[in-house]
Design a protein around this ligand. Structure first.
Ligand SMILES: [Zn+2]
Ligand SMILES: [Zn+2]
Length: 445
C-alpha cells in the first residue's frame, strides 16, 4: 500500500468516528478543570484510550496521561502527540463551571479531541503494520500558569517540582524516551485554516505577598500597616517602569490581586498578587523582572511593611523545528490546500507563552495553530465554532505526519532526530529553571 493510501485509510477511520472524537472534546468543554486538578478530564481521556485499546499510564504529574501506539516494523524514534488537559478561569464564559469559574477559553478541550482522533487514525487497519518506532500519546496537565498560590503550596509540600505540566513531565523523565513532539493549538485569528511557525514569549511567574499589620481601620489606622496600599503603590510603580521596555523585547507585565484584605474595617495585613513578566528572550525577562522586584519592594518600603516575593521558573520561547514543521505543512496543504496554510515569521511572538517552548529546547517540537474558534482567546466569547476544522482536521494532519515520520523504517524521524542539535540537555534545563526560582523577604521597616 502506498503512503497516500495509508494516510487516506487513517483519515477515513477518523471520519468514521468523528462523533465520538468531537464528543470527547465537548465532554471536556462541559467539565472544565484548571491545572493540576483535571481529574474528570483525565478520566474522560483515559476512558477513550481504554475503548481504543491503547495501553497507557495515568496520574503522571498528578493528572497527566501517557500512552503508546507501537509500530510493528521494529524499533525507531518515538514521536509524541500532545494535548493539554487544563482550562482557564473565566467565570462569565458561557461554558464556565459556576462554582469554580473554570472555562475552556483557550480551546484545550479541542486538543484532547485531536489527541484521541489522531490515535483513531493511526489505529486504522494496516497503519501500525508499516511503522517503525512508536507514537506517544501524551495528555499534559496545567499549561495555563494560573492558581499560583495552589501550585506553590504543592511545590512546597514536595508534590510538584516544576509548576506546569510539560515542565514537570520533563523533570519526572516522562519525555526522556520521546524524540520529537507536536501539539496543535486552536486560534480565532489565524486568517487561514492553519498557521505554522512563529515563536512565543518567555516568562517568569510572580507570587507576591505584602505583609502589613491589622488594626481598626476607623479607630486607629495609625497602628496598622496597610498591605493593600503597599500593593497599590507597587502596581503603580510597575506601570511607571513600562516605558523602559524596548519594542523588540515584547515585554508584558501583568498582575492580579488574588487576596485584597478580608474585612473593610480592619487594615489589610495580607495582600497577595500573582503576576507574569514576559519577554522575547530570557535576558529581557530577567532584566524586566529586576525592575518589577524594585517596584514590589518600593510598595513595602512606602508603608513600612514587608513583601515576600516568590519568583517561579516560567516558560522558554518556542522554537519550531523547521524539518518537522515542513512535514506538518506538507500534510496540511494536502488536506486543506495551499491557500489555507500560512507560515509565520520565525521570530514573530504574539505575546503569549507556552511550556511547549521548554520542550522545544530539548527536542524537535512544533506548535502550529488551527482555526475553527471565534472570539477573544482567554475571553468570555472564545468558542470552538467549527469542530471539524478545530479537531478533526488537525487530528488527521498529525496522524498523516506521524505516518510520514515513522514509515519506511522511520527514515524521516531518524533524519530529523539526528540532524537536530538540542539547545540544552535536560540537566542544563533543570539547572536553568532552578536558577530562575527563588524567594525573597524584603522588610521595608
Ligand atoms: Zn491559553
Ligand atoms: Zn492554550
Amino acid at each position: 500500500m502506498s503512503l497516500s493510501e495509508l494516510k487516506a485509510l487513517a483519515c477515513q477511520a477518523i471520519d468514521s468516528r468523528r462523533d465520538g472524537i468531537v464528543g470527547l472534546a465537548r465532554a471536556v468543554l462541559a467539565n472544565p478543570e484548571t491545572g493540576f486538578t483535571e481529574f474528570k478530564t483525565s478520566a474522560l481521556v483515559c476512558q477513550m484510550l481504554q475503548e481504543l485499546g491503547v495501553p497507557h499510564r495515568k496520574g503522571i504529574a498528578l493528572t497527566g496521561i501517557k500512552g503508546y501506539l507501537q509500530g510493528r516494523q521494529g524499533p525507531g524514534p518515538t514521536v509524541a502527540i500532545i494535548g493539554e488537559l487544563d482550562s482557564l478561569r473565566v467565570p462569565d464564559h458561557p461554558h464556565a463551571n459556576p462554582e469554580t469559574g473554570a472555562a475552556h477559553a483557550c480551546g484545550h478541550h479541542a486538543q484532547l479531541g485531536m489527541l484521541v482522533g489522531s490515535a483513531v487514525g493511526l489505529l486504522a487497519p494496516g497503519v501500525l503494520d508499516v511503522l517503525s518506532g512508536r507514537v506517544a500519546l501524551v495528555a499534559v496537565p496545567a499549561e495555563e500558569f494560573i492558581d499560583v498560590e495552589y501550585r506553590y503550596e504543592l511545590h512546597r509540600q514536595g508534590r510538584l517540582g516544576l509548576m506546569s505540566g510539560k515542565q514537570e513531565f520533563i523533570r519526572l523523565g516522562e519525555f526522556d524516551n520521546v524524540d520529537m513532539a507536536m501539539l496543535v493549538h486552536t486560534n480565532s485569528r489565524n486568517g487561514t485554516k492553519l498557521a505554522l511557525g512563529g515563536t512565543s514569549t518567555a516568562h517568569l511567574v510572580k507570587y507576591v505577598q505584602f505583609l502589613g499589620r491589622a488594626a481598626h481601620a476607623g479607630g486607629a489606622p495609625w497602628d496598622g500597616i496597610n498591605a493593600l496600599n503597599a500593593a497599590g503603590i507597587a502596581l503603580n510603580a510597575i506601570h511607571a517602569v513600562r516605558e523602559t521596555a524596548r519594542e523588540k523585547d515584547t515585554i508584558r507585565l501583568h498582575f492580579t490581586i488574588t487576596r485584597g484584605g478580608v474585612a473593610v474595617n480592619s487594615v489589610p495585613s495580607d495582600v497577595r498578587l500573582e503576576g507574569r513578566v514576559r519577554g522575547r528572550t530570557l535576558e529581557a525577562v530577567a532584566e524586566a523582572n529586576q525592575r518589577v522586584d524594585r517596584c514590589l519592594r518600593a510598595g513595602a518600603l512606602a508603608v513600612g511593611g514587608g513583601v515576600r516575593i516568590a519568583t517561579i521558573a516560567g516558560y522558554l520561547p518556542q522554537i519550531n523545528n523547521s524539518a518537522l514543521l515542513e512535514a506538518f505543512r506538507r500534510n496540511s496543504v494536502a488536506l486543506v490546500g495551499q491557500e489555507s496554510v500560512a507560515t509565520r515569521p520565525e521570530r514573530l511572538a504574539a505575546g503569549g507563552s507556552t511550556d511547549m517552548g521548554d520542550l522545544s529546547h530539548l527536542m524537535p517540537a512544533i506548535h502550529p495553530y488551527v482555526s475553527g474558534a471565534t472570539g477573544r482567546g482567554h475571553g468570555n466569547d472564545y468558542l470552538i465554532e467549527d469542530y471539524d476544522l478545530a479537531v478533526i482536521t488537525p487530528a488527521k494532519i498529525m496522524a498523516m505526519t506521524a505516518i510520514d515520520l515513522l514509515s519506511e523504517g522511520a527514515a524521516l524521524a531518524t533524519e530529523i532526530k539526528n540532524r537536530h542539535k538540542p539547545f540544552m540537555t535536560k540537566e542544563q534545563y533543570l539547572s536553568l529553571q532552578a536558577s530562575r526560582t527563588r524567594e525573597e523577604l524584603y522588610e521595608g521597616r
